[in-house]
Design a protein around this ligand. Structure first.
Ligand code: SF4
Ligand code: SF4
Length: 443
């Protein structure tokens, strides 16, 4: 079986088995067994929903630390578009970029610059023949969701690399060209708003990643802020346009793509609703779907430090201020942006590899599900009665995990015990029965 890297992990010590997370997971990847949550590796898409909803901070995102920079001679930071909106309006993007150079990086390549370039590539793609709607491949959690739950829709994905990947590639090429360094001596680090991007770096969809590590935005934000509060820092003139920066919040990608009829959806459960609609054959009047797993877009990622509603306003102002054309040059050749390999399904929701066995299990699971109470209470540790039924037929759970079933069985058992207690042992005669009924002997 294929091994999967995951940036979302469980801290078993902190987990209280409260079952809060199991019902929010979009791929039903969590079970609670023996009082602790368990993540089913093959199903998890690293969307970070469980990080948000756990009241005990028992789910966490593994990211790279700044110490990883030490392994390289030349270190390049890739700030995500959502990073720009984390700072108060009086802090200019030029001083934020300057501060990045003072916390350990030698160079910066702005991901919004790459986002603008990718927008143009998508726009050119949409003018060619394409399945309707074409779906953005920029959010790795949405792409993995499609691999797991909507494999039939994978052909709708725009076959373009994400702005992060393009930024990484352009940054390394520039450093090789300008500094004369061998590529392996250059470390390229994305400042990430979410765990899904960490997974995209560690286990890319196809080929290899142009990025060497992903560091949490909250960690970098704290360091940059401390640097800005201290002595004055260098400033770097941002190259990004408002179109590229806008990618950081929901709807911004469409603003930059600007081709045909466009739909934007954010929040993983809303994304599922729209993908279901496409699966049913709807939405063929839409050319392009921007879909982001986090509510509000990347500014709503689990690793951003600031309130997404506040950031949304700041982003809007930055978009206006930075105009509609980047100062940077980027390749015009469409092939430069194409995905290195097609994105394949991850068939993990089937009940068995053998088709005949899978069908038998399906029938059995349907029968069990119909007999379960249908309350989807989660007390069994599975996210729904249907999921428990599937767990049972796969041998991962028992019917007695359902507390209603258990209670019913106990009631039947109790009734049987009462009935049994009234039955005479075979060796006893009529007198025993009379004594039990209160008749007894009267002398
Ligand atoms: S929400 Fe999930 S991970 Fe958090 S304590 Fe409850 S069961 Fe454990
Ligand atoms: S990260 Fe998302 S897919 Fe993975 S277990 Fe948490 S909620 Fe489920």
């Amino acid at each position: 079986m294929q091994k999967y890297f995951h940036s979302v992990k469980l801290d078993e010590q902190k987990c209280k088995g409260c079952t809060n997370c199991i019902k929010h997971c979009p791929t039903e990847a969590i079970r609670v067994r023996e009082g602790k949550a368990r993540i089913i590796e093959e199903r998890c898409i690293d969307c970070g929903e469980c990080i948000r909803v756990c009241p005990n901070q028992a789910k966490l995102a593994l990211t790279d630390g700044l110490e990883k920079l030490q392994g390289y001679d030349y270190k390049i930071a890739l700030p995500a578009p959502s990073f720009y909106g984390q700072f108060k309006p009086e802090v200019s993007p030029s001083s934020v970029l300057g501060a990045l150079l003072e916390i350990g990086f030698d160079d910066i390549f702005e991901v919004p610059v790459a986002a603008e370039a990718v927008s143009r590539a998508i726009s050119a793609h949409l003018q060619q023949e394409h399945p309707r709607p074409s779906i953005s491949s920029a959010c790795p959690a949405v792409v993995r969701l499609m691999q797991v739950r909507f494999p039939a829709l994978l052909e709708h994905l725009v076959p373009m690399e994400s702005p992060m990947e393009i930024a990484g590639r352009l940054a390394r090429e520039r450093a090789v060209r300008e500094k004369g360094l061998p590529p392996e001596k250059i470390g390229v680090f994305f400042i990430t708003p979410c765990p899904a991007k960490v997974t995209a770096v560690k286990q890319p969809f196809g080929g290899s990643s142009s990025v060497d590590g992903a560091i949490s935005m909250t960690e970098i934000y704290g360091r940059v802020l401390r640097r800005l509060e201290g002595r004055p820092v260098r400033t770097i003139d941002p190259q990004s346009s408002g179109l590229g920066i806008g990618w950081g919040s929901a709807g911004g990608e469409n603003e930059a793509v600007k081709t045909g009829s466009l739909l934007a959806v954010d929040g993983i459960h809303s994304v599922i609703g729209v993908l279901e609609e496409i699966e049913r054959g709807g939405l063929d009047d839409i050319d392009y779907l921007e879909a982001q797993a986090c509510t509000g877009g990347c500014i709503g990622g689990p690793l951003v430090p600031q309130n997404p509603f506040v950031v949304r306003v700041r982003m809007r102002n930055l978009v206006k201020k930075h105009g509609s054309r980047s100062k940077a040059e980027f390749p015009g050749n469409l092939d430069f942006y194409r995905l290195q390999a097609p994105i394949r399904p991850r068939p993990v929701l089937k009940l068995a590899d053998d088709v005949e066995l899978a069908l038998t299990r399906l029938e059995e699971a349907e029968k069990i599900a119909a007999e379960l109470p249908g309350l989807d209470c989660g007390s069994c540790g599975s996210p729904s009665c249907r999921a428990l039924a599937e767990d049972i037929v796969q041998g991962y759970a028992q019917r007695s995990y359902c507390i209603f079933e258990l209670r019913q069985r106990l009631q039947i058992l109790a009734a049987e015990m009462v009935e049994l207690s009234h039955k005479p042992p075979p060796a006893m005669g009529r007198e025993w029965k009379q004594s039990r009924e209160g008749g007894g002997h009267n002398g």
